[in-house]
Ligand binder design. Structure first.
Ligand SMILES: C[S@@+](CC[C@H](N)C(=O)[O-])C[C@H]1O[C@@H](n2cnc3c(N)ncnc32)[C@H](O)[C@@H]1O
Length: 226
């Protein structure tokens, strides 16, 4: 799927709450419990919130509904540590704000963060505060925008649609760029356990480990940059 121009996400809905991409024929998160899946895969998979400290930098391929960004903000707030952290989200097919609001209805305990995010999203702001997290959004095809990013992350959320349906976000060159934009000792986590994803991440400089997936997914992948 080409994302040379920024196109809007085209959605169907499962049970009125879970957005499913028509372009990629894949849901944005687990149909069973998207929030629990995100906490398991992206937070625990990166050993967060334990590692969060002032100045910590998270980056994500596939901003989507902003669920992972909001869970990060919630987790950081729960730690009560001084300072602020940063989050950069890459997205090629931004949702329209009403769709984002619809998806957020599934998570009443994120209502405050959702209200702030949707207000910024409607205004088209690309840099804003989400609680104690300084958010930057980068729109366009991640294969171009991410390698051009001038940041380096302590932790990555690799959250494209499934590699079979969205191979663009799992290309070896892009994953190599993820490695280059990761601090030494930095980490990634992804729900995918696809063999080619694991080997590309190993080639990108990560020590890669297959670990227990969420729910019915037996495995997921985590790694640390050495
Ligand atoms: C599984 S969803 C991400 C869910 C998201 N992390 C959340 O918290 O809601 C995958 C996302 O990757 C985005 N995407 C797909 N191809 C892309 C590309 N080439 N560059 C950047 N983003 C892309 C999709 O538009 C979608 O938002």
């Amino acid at each position: 799927m080409s994302a040379s121009r920024t196109q809007k996400a085209d959605l169907d809905w499962r049970d009125g709450l879970v957005p499913v991409s028509r372009q990629f024929q894949d849901p944005y998160f687990s149909l069973a419990d998207g929030m629990a899946e995100s906490r398991h895969v992206f937070l625990a998979g990166n050993r967060l919130p334990e590692r969060l400290t002032d100045g910590f930098q998270v980056a994500e391929l596939g901003f989507g509904t902003g669920l992972n960004a909001m869970l990060l903000a919630q987790a950081w707030a729960g730690e009560n540590r001084p300072g602020r952290i940063s989050y950069t989200g890459f997205e090629a097919f931004p949702m329209n704000p009403d769709d984002m609001a619809q998806a957020h209805r599934a998570w009443p305990n994120l209502a405050g963060l959702s209200e702030s995010l949707i207000a910024e999203w409607r205004a088209g702001t690309k840099q804003f505060a989400l609680g104690g997290v300084d958010v930057t959004l980068v729109f366009g095809d991640g294969r171009q925008t991410m390698p051009a990013w001038d940041g380096v992350a302590d932790a990555w959320f690799l959250d494209g649609f499934s590699p079979a349906k969205n191979p663009e976000l799992w290309e070896p060159d892009l994953l190599r760029a993820v490695g280059e934009h990761t601090k030494s000792g930095g980490t990634f986590a992804t729900y995918s356990a696809a063999g080619h994803v694991r080997s590309s991440l190993a080639d990108a400089g990560f020590e890669v480990e297959r670990t227990n997936g969420f729910g019915r997914k037996r495995h997921m992948t985590i790694g640390i940059k050495y």
